[in-house]
Design a protein around this ligand. Structure first.
Ligand code: SF4
Length: 114
């Protein structure tokens, strides 16, 4: 089983219907659905908050606290596919910042549930 971390858009989590109530990211991880290659254990779930400045340091702190490295970090589907998009950074910019900080591969998305 893979060990992963998920980073999600807090603006959507706070306001979007069904999130975090349905926890689709966690379901997809548990089932090995969507962007998860196999059933995966979510070690950390980091909530981005506008304007996103503390997000990458917070991911670093979460990994440090875990004392183990996730095999991959997933940006949530609501972060990657947001329309309108994040006004502060693109998902690609966020992914690069996370990879530069942690050395861990970032996967663009979590689930494709409707
Ligand atoms: S900075 Fe962007 S990705 Fe982060 S919570 Fe705000 S809108 Fe979402």
């Amino acid at each position: 089983m893979k060990k992963v971390a998920v980073v999600a858009c807090g603006a959507y989590m706070d306001n979007g219907y069904g999130c975090p109530g349905e926890w689709r990211c966690l379901k997809a991880a548990a089932m090995g659905d969507g962007l998860f290659e196999e059933e995966s254990s979510v070690l950390a779930f980091v909530k981005c908050t506008c304007p996103g400045r503390p997000t990458v340091p917070n991911i670093g702190m979460a990994i440090k606290a875990l004392e183990m490295k996730p095999d991959a970090i997933h940006l949530s589907s609501c972060m990657v596919n947001a329309k309108p998009g994040c006004p502060y950074s693109t998902p690609e910019e966020m992914a690069k910042s996370i990879e530069d900080k942690t050395g861990i591969k970032v996967i663009m998305g979590t689930h494709d549930y409707k």
